[in-house]
Design a protein around this ligand. Structure first.
Ligand code: TXA
Ligand code: MG
Length: 341
């Protein structure tokens, strides 16, 4: 199979490219497309065979269900058995946007999408290309992040191509995504609702709308129960061993260099610039900017063939929750000291 790459304007996508993608999806094909978080690998969520293609291409375990993307509430309602008031209020506030809601399924989407379970995860992406595609195709699209299973999520079409060249039909290339971190996944089938995966909508913003929620997701420091297969450890991982290190991290980086490692360093500071064997990536001190750049930084370091990656641990505050969660999952080791920034 040849993988076609079609450039599209991220704000005003070319209808010809969207029509081509929709045609492939209707025929059971696999199309990668940008969302406001990361690139997704889409297939018709009603087509059992097409969905099987996603699992095969990603090497994804069949017990890990997929998020279904829809154009709006009207397209979401037929896919669920009930539409609770919590869902109505959250959709009003955060859709389109990076909030995925887990609800009781109506048995409409292909069984593989829900991993045979009673619930279905839904979201309306806030990206003009994703929205144009959903409207044109007129189908719900199952779309996990467009990376091979347990590798780093893609924020550019190049990242997608690196993982899937020759394995999928088409990539809609709209340049880098702006969010950079996957959506928040919230289970609304429990009372109170449960946070399954921290993401771009922080827990406090959800609680503003529906009151207190359960944050069962393992905190970066404590570990904890896994409520969703996607919370399995060792996710989003680069090829090189990644270590998260509390400030001051320079002594550890220095030690690795002395041991002969080629080190990539995601740091808030910037010592060691120009040191042999060291690639310093200065990271933003704003969590949203950090999130937008993090996966691209990991992809870059992988491409450069470093043998170790060190990341300075960001502060333990709610705004950094999603970044810390992804760093922890990408890492093999967390070295913590005082917790100071
Ligand atoms: O931002 C995003 O959410 C991106 C873009 C492409 O939309 N998608 C994404 O999909 O991150 P994926 O497959 O990489 O992650 C989906 C997460 C997994 O942790 C999965 O276990 C969980 O959502 N999930 C999906 N359906 C579920 C369900 N019915 N119940 C519980 N968790 C579910
Ligand atoms: Mg993923």
């Amino acid at each position: 199979m040849r993988t076609e790459v079609l450039p599209v304007d991220p704000v005003d996508p070319d209808p010809g490219a969207i029509a081509r993608a929709a045609e492939l999806l209707r025929a059971g094909g696999l199309v990668a497309f940008p969302t406001e978080t990361v690139y997704g690998l889409g297939a018709n969520a009603l087509d059992e065979r097409a969905v099987a293609g996603i699992f095969a291409a990603k090497g994804r375990p069949p017990n890990n269900p997929l998020i279904v993307h829809v154009a709006g509430v009207d397209s979401a309602r037929p896919l669920v058995r009930e539409w609770p008031d919590t869902a109505r209020r959250l959709a009003e506030r955060y859709w389109p946007g990076p909030l995925t809601m887990v609800l009781r399924g109506a048995g409409v989407v292909a069984e593989a999408v829900t991993a045979g379970g009673p619930t279905v995860a839904l979201r309306v992406p806030a990206h003009p290309v994703a929205m144009a595609l959903l409207r044109e195709v007129g189908l719900p699209l199952a779309a996990p992040s467009a990376n091979r299973s347990s590798q780093v999520s893609p924020t550019t079409a190049e990242h997608v191509l690196r993982g899937f060249d020759g394995r999928i039909d088409l990539i809609l290339d709209a340049g880098p995504t702006t969010g950079g971190i996957e959506s928040t996944v919230l289970d609304l089938t429990h009372a109170p609702a449960r946070l399954l995966r921290p993401g771009l909508v922080p827990p406090g913003k959800i609680e503003e709308v529906i009151g207190p929620i359960d944050q069962v997701s393992p905190s970066p420091r404590s570990g904890g129960a896994l409520a969703s297969p996607g919370l399995l450890d060792r996710h989003y991982a680069p090829a090189a061993t990644l270590e998260c290190v509390d400030d001051p991290s320079w002594p550890h980086v220095h030690w690795l260099l002395q041991k002969g490692f080629r080190v990539g360093w995601l740091t808030f500071w910037g010592e060691g610039l120009g040191k042999e064997g060291l690639i310093v990536l200065r990271m933003p001190r704003r969590s949203d900017e950090y999130g937008a750049q993090m996966y691209a930084a990991l992809h870059q370091l992988d491409a450069l063939g470093v043998t170790r990656i060190v990341a300075d641990w960001p502060p333990d505050t709610e705004e950094w929750l999603a970044v810390r969660d992804r760093l922890r999952r990408a890492s093999s080791r967390v070295i913590e000291g005082s917790g100071s920034f």
